[in-house]
Design a protein. Sequence first.
Length: 476
Amino acid sequence: MSLKSLKNFRKAAGFRLTLWYSGIFFLSSLILFGLTYFLLAFHLRENDQDIIETKLHALSIQYEAGGLGDLRKNVAIEKDLKRKDPFLVRVASEKNETLFINVPYRSAEFDFGELEKVVLQGGGQWVLVRAKSGRTVFEIATSELLDGNMLQVGKSSRDRDRILFQFRKIFIIVIFPLLGLGFGGGIFLAVRTFRPIRHLIETVRSVFVGKLETRVQIPHTGDELDELARLFNGMLEKIEALIKGMRDSLDNVAHDLRTPMARLRAGAETALRSARNTDAYREALADCMDESDQILKMLNTLMDISEAETGIMKLDLKVFDLTTVIEETVDVYYYLAEERDLTIQRRVPSNLRLKADPNRIRQVIGNLLDNAIKYTPTGGTVELNAHTDGKDTVITVKDTGIGIPPEDLSRIWDRLFRGDQSRSINGLGLGLSLVKAVVEAHGGKVEVTSEPMGGSVFTICIPSYVAQGRTISDGV
């Protein structure tokens, strides 16, 4: 591994997580060992002291029963029989002068003469005599006899120290494999934990170089990283759709602007080539203004759609009479329908109230009526209905027109999209995009059902405010 790779590995979050995991594991092991060692040492010491006190009590009874002579005899017999009698037995006078002492085997490293330097304060006193090496001690218990003498019984801590030494040795032998296991386990967990993060990084790099179709692998673990991967993929899909929409919109805008711009230039060139004729100039300027208005209308509509889709469209929300707005909108399109020998039928409750932006709702209804009139043959019918179901206010516009091909149903909401059947009809291809954007900006939804040559039905659902009154039914 190169120095650069090693440096990058040391900076990785997974490596730091592994160090933390290993450190906590090692510290926990030390604490567990220390606690176990303390409890074991405490238990062994208590056990040794119980043995010493039991022996002290037994020898005290022997001394009181038979005196120092019997005590000497019994100690000697036990020493000969056991061969490895571990106990120190000492009888001292009131002045702490040694009257009798039995030194156990392998106790040459202890100087029991120090016992005569200790000030004895009666029964229950513990005295420690440390070995010359300083590792082992003799724990000696003291009991006061009836004749005023002192009886002392002691035992070396050698056996206890040996057990504790073996415990420390086992810990040292075990701790290093455990540390390696902890470090390896930390690396395994870190690699497994950060695998979705690495996939996320690789996906971001692919997206950065333009591969928008790349997606993060979902680990299917059901945890937070799984949810993060799903949300990130959803975000990428949204971004891809937006960028595709922007590209399509730019292509369509460029295509649709080409014609009016060419007309503007042609009109200007015609005016420049013609002789000085005021009428020709006026006609050319009028054509230029018409084309400019068309371009401005397209650009303003595109801006309105973008504002609605991004949530920054300013809506003048207030409670208004939807019935009145519908009647006024129908009156605007009445003469256009009459020219095409179409019938507009409406069925709307009186005093149907709604909390929304009345101008935007009027714009939505007008676009749907305009489309219905454009694509309905002579002698057809356009129906406009409105009602409330308590939760939503529902507006439907139904026509008996040419309908929409099934392959175009999902695309009619796209900006500047115009189907093959509609290219011969004047329009920008932005009306339905604006309808969908404005309705969704109000928290509603719009749907369409259609069949070729079977007409179309557009349904708008907007959260209701209040609906009341009687129903108006008429035809124009």
